[in-house]
Design a protein around this ligand. Structure first.
Ligand SMILES: [Zn+2]
Length: 378
């Protein structure tokens, strides 16, 4: 836990750090241009962030005839975090600093077993590969319904054994550090915001193993009174009789999640294929009818969210969206067909890289490194 200088202007400090995390090294005058803050303010904030150990400083390259080179700032390279991205089939565990992953990466992939005990054993075995540096916090992206205050996994449709607070607590204990847990679709939205190219208002759609979403308005995550939010994948589609991991029948996720897409291909073509086979078979060609129907159903569900929230920008990430270059344009066309805005306006729907790690880092900065005064770091 840090003791923040009494006169630290939190908003400015977060702004300067975020601007540096986008690109570095960077001089103070350049940082002033990027953030819109005065050079004097940037200078003061930079000193405070250096004192807190959140920045590194080094001399720049000398330029002949221009005297002493300006000093360059970077986000601290110290690998202060362990990041765990929990996935339905594979999880990754890696060392992470404010400047991202170690170079070369210290990263371990874990094929998901069937119990928390087995997963914890695999994480324990991975510790040596992650290096000996002390861990300040364990950053975890979590599929399913997360109460980040506990933190506790309230309900996990595709990973029931992760439910409760026990797994998160044990992962923290494994590294002797507190846990900072973020719902995965929210981590994706935070990462998209942190990358600096996000629109101010958007619906983030994770079109991967499951179908998740999160909502950003005025540059911030929209939340409700319950920990549950963005669980759009569990909206039923009429006529869909597939049973979902959540216990219900007909959820869109059973059609549009990766396993659902493979199952639909099998039903249509009468044979099993791998994900790579499916991708190859779709490369460059027209989308098959079963996939067009799935995208239409997904667009109906998403259009409900756009109509309700008054959003026009949809950012899509995930393996499903990358299956063919025609998927996102097709999804946009069906969103135009099914949403009210499509009658008189335009809807943007674009593919983006999944930036979960960057989202986890953004959450760690807000909750642990530069928390609101008086707010308990968690
Ligand atoms: Zn469901």
């Amino acid at each position: 836990m840090y003791v923040q200088p009494a006169d630290l202007r939190l908003g400015n400090a977060r702004r300067v750090l975020a601007a540096l995390q986008r690109a570095w090294p960077c001089t103070r005058p350049e940082l002033a241009r990027r953030t819109g803050l005065s050079t004097m303010t940037v200078g003061k904030v930079a000193e405070q962030l250096l004192e807190l150990g959140l920045l590194d400083e080094a001399p720049g390259e000398p330029v002949p005839g221009l005297g002493r080179p300006p000093r360059q700032l970077s986000p601290s390279a110290r690998l202060r975090f362990v990041a765990i991205e929990l996935g339905v089939h594979t999880s990754t565990v890696c060392r992470l600093g404010l400047a991202g992953e170690a170079v070369p990466p210290r990263r371990v992939s874990i094929a998901m077993p069937g119990s928390a005990a087995e997963f914890l054993a695999s994480v324990g075995a991975a510790r040596t590969a992650l290096g000996p540096e002390p861990v300040e916090a364990v950053l975890i992206s979590v599929p399913g319904v997360l109460d980040s205050g506990g933190p506790s996994i309230v309900y996990s449709p595709n990973l029931h054994w992760s439910e409760g607070s026990g797994l998160l607590r044990a992962l923290g204990a494994a590294f002797g550090a507190p846990v900072c847990a973020v719902q995965e679709a929210q981590a994706l939205a935070l990462g998209h915001l942190a990358a600096g190219t996000a629109p101010e208002h958007f619906l983030m759609v994770d079109f991967g193993d499951g179908v998740g979403s999160s909502v950003v308005t005025s540059g911030k995550l929209l939340g409700g009174p319950l920990p549950l939010s963005g669980e759009i994948g569990h909206t039923p589609v009429p006529g869909n009789l597939r049973r979902c991991g959540c216990g219900a029948i007909g959820c869109i996720e059973t059609l549009a999640g990766c396993a659902g897409l493979l199952a639909s291909h099998r039903e249509a073509c009468g044979r099993d294929v791998t994900w790579a086979d499916l991708q190859r078979s779709l490369a460059g060609g027209e989308l098959p009818d079963w996939l067009l129907r799935t995208l239409d159903a997904l667009a109906m569900v998403l259009a409900g969210a756009l109509n309700l929230l008054g959003l026009r920008e949809v950012v899509v990430v995930g393996a499903g969206a990358e299956l063919s270059p025609r998927i996102v344009p097709q999804l946009r066309e069906r969103l135009m067909a099914h949403s009210l805005l499509g009658r008189f306006g335009e809807i943007e729907c674009r593919l983006a890289p999944a930036r979960r790690q960057l989202g986890l880092l953004a959450a760690a900065v807000d909750r642990r490194l530069l928390p609101e005064p008086g707010r308990v770091a968690r």
